[in-house]
Ligand binder design. Structure first.
Ligand SMILES: [Zn+2]
Length: 177
């Protein structure tokens, strides 16, 4: 089939697929691939598990006393922190929040397990990885997703998706440059 995706393209799309945010055409391509590729199917199941875990926990966040301004700062900077893009002071600040705030600590741990999962997946398939293509797909999807900002829960899902795509891009950059 002329539109078959490679494993790495599927992995690059995985977070969007898990959140059901792909358009129907892309979703179909991923469906096709997952049907025929046990390796990606396994990654899908793990991603789904982690995503469900994060969603079920985040659902009740705003009702807890830990949902503070500080926590919001933390959330805002989490991806930059994980990608080592913060300066030393900012980075220490985020670390301190993660130590003192259970929500922050949980988010950080979840992000690290997700990062590790995707990293390991990329390691396994790096020979067929195409950085430009994955980035292109993700950028396209990002601009699409950014247009829907009405629902806070949806916003959370989208920002989670964007975070993962940033991590994915970060890894590809690390691997290939
Ligand atoms: Zn595959």
């Amino acid at each position: 089939m002329e539109n078959e995706l490679t494993c790495n393209q599927v992995i690059a799309l995985m977070s969007f697929y898990v959140e059901d945010k792909l358009n129907s055409r892309l979703k179909e391509y991923v469906d096709d691939h997952l049907r025929n590729c046990p390796k990606c199917r396994e990654i899908y199941m793990q991603s789904k598990k982690i995503a469900n875990h994060i969603i079920s926990l985040n659902d009740n966040d705003e009702a807890t006393p830990y949902y503070t301004k500080q926590y919001e700062v933390f959330k805002h900077n989490l991806s930059a922190y994980i990608d080592n893009e913060l300066d030393q002071n900012e980075s220490i600040r985020i670390k301190k929040i993660a130590i003192s705030n259970p929500l922050a600590r949980r988010d950080l741990e979840d992000m690290y397990s997700f990062k590790k999962l995707l990293h390991d997946s990329f390691e396994k398939t790096r020979n067929e990885a195409r950085y430009d293509y994955s980035k292109l797909i993700i950028n396209k999807l990002d601009s699409k997703l950014n247009r829907n900002e009405y629902d806070p829960f949806y916003k959370l899902l989208v920002s989670f998706g964007l975070l993962i795509s940033l991590i994915v891009c970060g890894f590809l950059v690390t691997l290939y440059f």
